[in-house]
Design a protein around this ligand. Structure first.
Ligand code: FAD
Length: 321
């Protein structure tokens, strides 16, 4: 049966995150010919509605309010519940991002629905859709199906390809007025660290360093390689704990989950908690001087050697291309 699906368009720094378009593609499969409605929440975000339509939304419902300028779970849940009331969807799709992970359980509980989180693949369409998600830190995958109620899903970024953009698509954009009040948290100011280039969660190439990098300076060649490949730098928790880099770079079970086209792991042993955050990458290259290192078990290409020799050679080769 065709379903009406509501998709959250996630905005950061005034721009829609790619995962919003991937969520529309996921919604298309769940909708099985039904309507796809985009939800936009923030302050001054309505101009982004056309992009959601161009990527496949049939219409967009917007809630804008000065209290929504920064994300708070209180404010966004009030806004989303109002949109939900307006649209009355049979399914909801969010990105499995920091925002999606925070907001979706709260809304699922308000809506008394289940929640299928961190979906990497959807097999089939509509009522027959099977949602594939990693379990046990990525050691196994389970396939889940809903039996009743709202189908509420979060999708892992970089796994479901967005539909092709069609700039001639049109759709209604409706703004609804919601008085966002009684917030327990008000964001007064956002203090950012210096920009670090490409967003790690959405990067197509990640060059990650571990304890084998040995110092903060040791990360410099990795940074150079990442810049050369248009990618981002990541790290193991070992490297973060040793203070070689910031925890915002940590990849793994208790860090970020990344699925780039290319993941280069340098001086990382491949502990299960690290693999949980990167083993779904499309191509994995491991550089480690220990031929028995666990990381080689998940690597497509393994280089047994000293990263301080191998990484400069890679930089030289890529520069020569
Ligand atoms: P190590 O295990 O010390 O490995 C360093 C590697 O570098 C070795 O394989 C060594 O052979 C190699 N090496 C050394 N010198 C060189 C060189 N010159 N050239 C090439 N190779 C070299 N870890 C995460 O990464 N992410 C998480 O989210 C995470 N969450 C955790 C949650 C829990 C509850 C727990 C208990 C642990 C978690 N950990 C996590 C920690 C994890 O168990 C490992 O301790 C950590 O991943 C190890 O980091 P590492 O591979 O950099 O260091």
């Amino acid at each position: 049966m065709a379903k009406k699906v509501l998709v959250l368009g996630e905005v950061r720094d005034g721009v829609l995150r790619n995962v919003s378009f991937e969520a529309i593609a996921a919604a298309k499969q769940i909708a099985d010919g039904g309507e796809i409605v985009g939800a936009l929440i923030g302050n001054n975000v309505s101009q982004l509605a056309s992009s959601l339509v161009e990527y496949g939304a049939d219409r967009v419902v917007v809630v804008e309010h000065p209290n929504l300028a920064s994300y708070t779970s209180d404010g966004f849940s009030q806004a989303f519940m109002a949109i939900n009331e307006e649209v009355k969807p049979e399914a909801i799709v969010f990105g499995h991002t920091s925002l999606g992970k925070d907001l979706s359980p709260k809304l699922a509980s308000k809506l008394q629905s289940g929640l299928i989180s961190d979906v990497t693949v959807i097999e089939g369409n509509g009522d027959d859709a099977l949602f594939v998600r990693p379990i046990y830190s990525g050691k196994a995958f389970e396939k889940v199906k809903t039996k009743e109620g709202i189908v509420f899903v979060t999708i892992r970024p970089n796994n479901i390809a967005p539909l092709e953009r069609n700039t001639s698509r049109t759709g209604d954009v409706v703004s609804i007025s919601v008085d966002i009040q009684n917030l327990r948290t008000i964001i007064k100011e956002v203090v950012r660290k210096a920009a670090t280039g490409v967003d790690l969660s959405e990067a197509k190439v990640v060059v990650a360093g571990g304890r084998g990098v040995k110092s903060a300076e040791g990360f410099e060649p990795l940074r150079e390689l990442a810049n050369l490949l248009g990618g981002a730098v990541g790290a193991s928790r070992g490297a973060c704990d040793a203070d070689y880099c910031d925890y915002s770079l940590q990849i793994g079970q208790t860090g970020k989950v990344v699925t780039p086209d290319l993941y280069i792991a340098a001086g990382i042993s491949g502990a299960i908690q690290h693999l949980a955050g990167m083993s779904n990458s499309k191509v994995i290259v491991a550089i480690n001087k220990d031929p028995e290192a666990n990381i080689f078990k998940v690597a497509d290409y393994g280089i047994v050697g000293d990263l301080f020799e191998v990484v400069p050679l890679l930089i030289e080769e890529f520069k020569a291309l």
